[in-house]
Design a binder for this molecule. Structure first.
Ligand code: PEP
Ligand code: MN
Length: 355
């Protein structure tokens, strides 16, 4: 890839901070939040004009008129402005309004036809473009979108990590799966990589932790959603913070040295913590199913412990342990403990033991 640096992002003191509301809602709302952010100083102002929504009937953005509000932010507050584009029409209108940075949203990155259309509409215009990860955890698809834009002559590229969709109850709205953006950084180190903790978190309480994690993992900056009245926001209210709260978060961040071995270690620890959290979640899920089996066994008058089933499970995993480079006895011991807890839970059900 032929990459040039994005001057707007370079000028800023590190880390790069993009901030602004999820959606531009009115001229007053845009100016109010932009003024607060400009006072403290951020690298660029973000606001969605065209909003991709899961269900029809939700607020789908103010459309073209919002571009004029962003233009005002740019002119009156000297803040570079960024918005999401999803179609060639969006690109045309955004370029006409002089938007400084475009970003491709997560849903669009998922669709190579849509990305190609955007790339084609940008041919000959070297505007900076930030590409969010696709909603599904597919690194090649993410890189493919960058390549499509680069092949169309876009050289000022950057990426935004906003987490990945997953099914079921979870801590994060979009699971961070840090190993994916870290691999992208390893492969394309010249691209600035921002983290969007707002869409990973889904709720403002998790923002600080995620911002710190992103800094510890050597992200170049953050893109955070900020709204002066999040409780009235027309989209993503739960994850937006008032500018003052954002400044508190930014001031609390610890910027650890890039050089130190400690940083390297904390990167691994973060990954281990995440895996441990997943393990715990899976064990809990397994126990839930065990309790359901317990109910069936109780109803049908079946014995809880069925030896053939037990040895089958333990042996099956021990057999595969070598391929996973884990000691067979260790695997056996882990599954024995899991199995015995499962039996204990079922016995309580069958015998009507209540906590
Ligand atoms: C956004 O940044 O407001 C947005 C719609 O993000 P994503 O594409 O990550 O869902
Ligand atoms: Mn949003």
């Amino acid at each position: 890839m032929k990459i040039n640096s994005i001057d707007i992002l370079q000028k800023s003191t590190s880390p790069i901070i993009g901030a602004g509301p999820c959606s531009a809602e009115s001229e007053e709302q845009v100016m109010e939040v932009a003024r607060s952010l400009a006072e403290r100083g951020v690298t660029f102002f973000r606001a969605g004009i065209w909003k991709p929504r899961t269900k029809p009937g939700c607020f789908e953005g103010v459309g073209k008129v919002g571009l004029q509000w962003l233009k005002r932010v740019r002119e009156e507050l000297s803040l570079p402005v960024a918005t999401e584009v999803a179609t060639p029409e969006h690109v045309e209108q955004a370029l006409e309004a002089g938007i400084d940075i475009l970003w491709v949203g997560a849903r669009t990155t998922t669709n190579p036809f849509a990305v190609q259309d955007i790339a084609d509409s940008l041919r000959g215009v070297d505007v900076p473009v930030l590409v969010k990860n696709p909603v599904n955890p597919d690194l090649e698809l993410w890189i493919g979108a960058l390549e499509r834009l680069n092949n169309a002559g876009i050289t000022r590229l950057g990426t935004i990590h906003r987490g990945f969709s997953s099914y079921g109850e979870k801590i994060f709205r979009n699971s961070p799966q840090w190993q994916i953006p870290l691999e992208l950084k390893r492969r394309l180190p010249e691209l600035p990589m921002l983290c969007d903790p707002s869409h990973i978190a889904g709720k403002r309480e998790l923002l600080y932790m995620l911002c710190q994690e992103a800094m510890d993992l050597s992200f170049d900056g953050l893109m955070v959603e900020s709204h002066c009245h999040p409780e009235c926001a027309l989209s993503d209210g739960r994850q937006q913070v008032v500018p003052q709260e954002l400044f508190v978060i930014l001031d609390r961040l610890v910027h650890r040295s890039k050089q130190s071995a400690g940083n390297e270690i904390s990167r691994y620890r973060t990954l281990l913590d995440e895996i441990d959290a997943e393990l715990l979640h899976l064990i809990a899920k397994r126990m839930e199913i065990s309790r359901e089996i317990g109910e069936v066994k109780k109803e049908k008058g079946l014995r809880v412990f069925q030896p053939y089933r037990y040895s089958e499970t333990v042996e099956r995993f021990a057999e595969h342990s070598e391929a996973h480079r884990v000691d067979a006895d260790t695997i056996k011991a882990i599954f024995e403990v899991i199995h015995s807890e499962s039996i204990r839970q079922q016995l309580r059900i069958v015998n009507d033991i209540i906590d």
